[in-house]
Ligand binder design. Sequence first.
Ligand code: COA
Length: 208
Amino acid sequence: MDIVIANESHFKYAQIICDTIAESAKVRGTGIAKRTPEYIMKRLQNGNAVIALDGDTFAGFCYIEVWGNKDFVANSGLIVHPDYRNQGLAKKIKKAVFDLSRKKFPDAKIFGITTGLAVMKMNYELGYRPVTFSELTNDPEFWKGCQTCKNFDILTRTEQKMCLCTGMLYDANEKKSEKNTESKKLNGKAFQRLKEIKETLFLKKKEK
Ligand SMILES: CC(C)(COP(=O)(O)OP(=O)(O)OC[C@H]1O[C@@H](n2cnc3c(N)ncnc32)[C@H](O)[C@@H]1OP(=O)(O)O)[C@@H](O)C(=O)NCCC(=O)NCCS
């Protein structure tokens, strides 16, 4: 398996990346921002994405987005093809894109929003912590990305204060001042419960 920084030679994978993201969203039945092949190609082109290939076969992908005058970067669009799941590949891609983010944007805070327990676990192990949306970028372009998510009405209803996603943030400056750098494991059960509570609150309200 090769995990490499993407470039124009990977344009041919843009369609399968989009299809795999869309297909997984359908299966999960959860919200996800839709991406077009053109959108993915831009990310492949500017050296801000990581792709995993098994020979010539697409296995996984993730990209960096820069927000709010480079104060924040997000590692978005993580996808592993179903044929390659549960082998630790997402963890490797996440680590590669995290290292790339730290190298290219050393002063930026790294953040993400997700409903996925797998992503929360990986982020936590990399040193992210869960935060309220108010600690994330206020760049309107980032939040516009949520418009294609099926839960967007919740975000609008709460005036962008909360949604089904959990916000997670890695702040390099905060890390420097922390003495205890022991690796920690996320309490998955607590997050699953929190997600269920949010779903009950927000989705029930919507049905009324
Ligand atoms: C989520 C996804 C990227 C995981 O890829 P993967 O290569 O199978 O993940 P890994 O094997 O590297 O597992 C990483 C960790 O997540 C956990 N994990 C994987 N899938 C999980 C799931 N569905 N639910 C809960 N935890 C999961 C693993 O147990 C592992 O944790 P551990 O280190 O404590 O054992 C993949 O299932 C996927 O592409 N899903 C659809 C798209 C998606 O949900 N993307 C996230 C957008 S927010």
